[in-house]
Design a protein around this ligand. Structure first.
Ligand code: C5P
Length: 206
């Protein structure tokens, strides 16, 4: 069983993907981490994010098994990831690894921006998780405050809008629901309510 989950930044798709993976005992890949890792390699090497050939080289040698989630989290790395993610060659270099992750015998849960449209177009279950930009900014702010980190809600909202525009506006694999995806708008839902709604959708498709 392959569950493909797409959606914009801070929509809650990662949380839902993790919970669905745990529920069904499936491996989970947060594909945003791949783009974040490519961006981090460039930044660590002191290279600009538009150093396309270096970005492609980094993507080609990336190993999904050794991604250091903690080092890749955070807003600046998400922003940097969306810049390298716009290069078609970078996306092409990351395609095989994502497809082979999805091809595990038991199945898998993958979340990102183009799982239902490009990576796993034949997935039987496709969810497009969304929420208003204001709600996503509010959630992100609460999450940071909860961790005792500084949070400027207006700056976070501006960041979310910029990233939405970049991810939706790019020519290759733009952020878009697959024609056969079920849209789950989590605005106004708690995490538990969103999970129950997702579970119902999955159950109706398997
Ligand atoms: O999901 P996350 O915020 O970690 O993703 C970071 C960036 O990586 C996104 O803004 C997007 O530009 C890019 N991305 C992508 N395709 C995916 C996953 C992430 O283009 N499947």
């Amino acid at each position: 069983m392959i569950i493909a989950i797409d959606g914009p930044a801070a929509s809650g798709k990662g949380t839902l993907a993790k919970r669905l993976a745990a529920h069904y005992g499936l491996p989970h890949l947060d594909t945003g981490l791949l783009y974040r890792a490519v961006a981090k390699r460039l930044l660590d090497a002191g290279l600009p994010l538009d150093a396309r050939d270096h970005a492609v080289a980094a993507a080609t040698t990336l190993d999904v098994a050794t991604l250091d989630e903690d080092a890749l989290r955070g807003r600046p790395m998400g922003e940097a990831a969306s810049i390298v993610a716009a290069f078609p060659d970078v996306r092409a270099a990351l395609l095989a690894q994502q497809r082979s992750f999805a091809a595990q015998p038991a199945g898998a849960v993958l979340d990102g921006r183009d799982i239902g449209t490009v990576i796993c177009p034949d997935a039987p279950v496709k969810l497009f998780v969304t929420a208003s930009a204001e709600e996503r900014a509010r959630r992100r702010t609460l999450e940071l405050v909860g961790r005792g980190e500084p949070a400027d809600e207006a700056a976070i909202l501006a960041d979310i809008r910029r990233r939405d525009a970049r991810d939706s506006g790019r020519a290759t694999a733009p952020l878009l629901p697959a024609p056969d995806a079920v849209i789950l708008d989590t605005t106004g839902l708690t995490i538990e309510e969103a999970f129950q709604a997702a579970l119902q959708l999955v159950e109706s498709r398997i």
